[in-house]
Ligand binder design. Structure first.
Ligand code: SF4
Length: 423
């Protein structure tokens, strides 16, 4: 397809719900991360970064030659407006690489108070056509995250009309409504999705109640386990990355600021490998079966290509699934740096000649369990857990979550490396 655009290597943009996730995202290959401050973003439960952590994340990004974007994408209320200029000024002083906005009022404030700040438009703005793209461009927006409801042909048509940076979600959970414009959670739980407080009631099981028969719940059968009439599958566009890269999409975005370390490491390294491999040799590019395995081993709903390549919204619905996620593996732990300080060193026994690796445990571990150490390059080293010790050298037969242990390994590891184990 001739779009009139030179293929460009897209930026891999990953979520960072906190500082540790920010480190992990960069470690596993993200070119940029998006994170929220404690205020004004749409993931109030995602942890988010306080002002010091934002500064640290920004310094880390720039040290690595990467980028940090800050989400300021809540739909602001009158009470939010007063403090917003100071927050925007703080972000400008930090030299973050852009802010992600949805609300035209927030956008107008940003233009007035921080005119040099690059502005990205959130998917919450539901940009679905080229005239909307032009409108937002005229408002000073430099990048637009297009609505997930678009088809590929619509995406290509928009691409042909503009040079503006276009960004697209390629992986992660989807709303069943127009990208978060949804009142379910606000009605049922008094927690508004547009304030970052969604409790995901679209994933709950529903029945039908006839007005005159209160208390009688009629199943709306979709399968024997229940009816998940609003339930969306998770987006996965791995198979279509080549087509999207040829189109000239500027950034591929991964959803999931509330997701954990295993999700981040697995998904980011998969898309990193895929983007690099396609970029180096588009003619011979093929999706590696190992990438699919990685994606299958994180907690997820059945995957869908979303509406981009399907004419039927039913293809996105998880109606044949239970409300729970598919989860074959879980986070076993994270490799931690060896102790540095004298006090720390005094806690550790002398090395007895074996190569010990320190691990922060995240799941209960016992001998005989298989541990997979996820490499940055897509490789995975497996270790069958044998003997292991507390960090002060006492032999252990069980390790509990949130404790630190050390184990002997026959291969190298690196700090913050993610370890998974079959459930
Ligand atoms: S309830 Fe579901 S569709 Fe609505 S905002 Fe939350 S996740 Fe999205």
């Amino acid at each position: 397809m001739n779009t009139g655009h030179q293929p460009r290597k897209p930026e891999l943009l990953a979520p960072a719900g906190n500082l540790e996730k920010c480190r992990l995202a960069f470690l596993y290959g993200a070119d940029a991360v998006y994170a929220g401050g404690k205020e004004y973003n749409l993931r109030s439960y995602a942890g988010n970064l306080d002002t010091e952590e934002l500064a640290e994340a920004c310094a880390l990004a720039h040290l690595l030659g990467k980028k940090l974007y800050i989400t300021v994408n809540a739909f602001a209320r009158e009470s939010d407006l007063k403090a917003l200029p100071a927050f925007l000024q703080y972000l400008l002083d930090l030299r973050v690489d852009g802010i992600i906005v949805s609300d035209p009022g927030v956008l107008a404030l940003a233009r007035r108070w921080t005119p040099d700040m690059p502005l990205h438009l959130s998917t919450q703005a539901n940009t679905t056509n080229s005239l909307s793209v032009q409108f937002w461009k005229n408002q000073g927006v430099g990048r637009i995250n297009l609505a997930r409801e678009l088809t590929f042909d619509e995406l290509a048509a928009i691409r042909r009309t503009t040079e503006i940076e276009l960004e697209l979600f390629v992986h992660g959970a989807m709303c069943i409504s127009y990208s978060g414009r949804c009142l379910l959670s606000a009605f049922l739980n008094n927690r508004s999705a547009n304030r970052g407080l969604c409790t995901q009631p679209c994933r709950w099981s529903y029945s039908l109640v006839e007005e005159k028969r209160p208390g009688e719940y009629f199943p709306v059968r979709e399968d024997s386990r229940g009816s998940y009439i609003f339930n969306s599958k998770d987006l996965c566009l791995l198979d279509h990355l080549g087509k999207l890269m040829a189109l000239g999409i500027h950034a591929f975005k991964i959803e999931g600021r509330m997701k954990g370390a295993l999700y981040l490491a697995s998904v980011i390294r998969t898309y990193r490998q895929a983007i690099d491999r396609y970029w180096d040799a588009p003619e011979t590019f093929q999706v590696d079966p190992g990438w699919r395995e990685d994606l299958a081993r994180v907690s997820h709903r059945p995957y869908t290509e979303g509406l981009l390549f399907s004419k039927s919204s039913a293809a996105c619905q998880g109606v044949e699934t239970t409300v729970s996620y598919v989860q074959s593996h879980t986070l076993a732990g994270i490799v931690r740096p060896a102790p540095q300080s004298r006090r720390e060193a005094s806690l550790f026994p002398a090395n007895d000649g074996r190569d010990w690796t320190t691990i922060e445990v995240r799941s209960r571990l016992v001998p005989g369990m298989e541990l997979h150490f996820l490499g940055k390059d897509g490789s995975t080293a497996t270790h069958l857990l044998g003997d292991f010790q507390s960090i002060s050298g006492d032999p252990l037969t069980v390790a509990h979550p949130n404790t630190w242990i050390r184990i002997p390994l026959s291969f190298g590891t690196f700090p913050h490396q993610v370890i998974r184990t079959p459930r």
